[in-house]
Design a protein around this ligand. Sequence first.
Ligand code: ZN
Length: 287
Amino acid sequence: MRIILSLSRVTRGLLSMLLVALATFVHAAGAPADIRLYVFDCGRIDARDMGMFDDSGALDGRPGTMSVPCFLIRHPKGILLWETGLGDAIADRPNGIDFAPGIHGSVRVKLVDQLKTLGLKPSDIDYLAFSHWHIDHTGNANLFRHATWILQRRELAAATSATPPPFESLAPVSAYRNARIRLVDGDTDVFGDGSVELLLLPGHTPGHQALQLRLPHAGVVLLSGDLYHSDEARRLRRVPRINVDRAATLASMDRFEAIAARAHARVVIQHDPRDIAALPHFPACLH
Ligand SMILES: [Zn+2]
């Protein structure tokens, strides 16, 4: 009896050692963490003339509509918000606002209300990151002063310089001055397990970046930032006139496409309404 008991104890010991070894192996092999991606409607932009988005002139005089999404990533180690949209204040204006002549912004539903649907308040967001600091990405940033702001050093430097890139303003991001900041230089593994990674892809602005996610079921998803403004722009390698560096933009496109091909990634062009409509409709998520 005692022999059987000690044998079973040995068996249990061996079994737990095996399980630990297996877990270590699975982790080392890059098993995706249990993460979920939610997409919020953070507004839309209607432009009378999309000319600024192609320096070849092919879009001159042509109108266009762009989606403005925000993304929430739930990771076992915290919640990351990627982008903050046009700004909830615009939702209170039934006719929206004109950012510039012929560039109209509107917000149908507030980000805070979409967070509420998930049972969250702005103070529940642990980390905040942006593809870049153009005002269509920073509208609600100051709601998240409790979060750790993960900022590319060169984006912050450009935005706070005497000659900031066009369409950048410090007003909607003023909370950065008192927030906890994690300044980064280049690609950054947000949670340290390879599941959520910032990819520095400069050109649109000096510190422009995309976000790479490794989801347990959906696989690798790449959120484009403003590397491209539509699927056509990606196919045709359109370089917007408003970009700060043409050569850097093309190099970033090459790098992004190599990463996408290698990982068989699902690419989401954030400003392309078709790509956003193809994602699970909130409050459903991709995981
Ligand atoms: Zn944008």
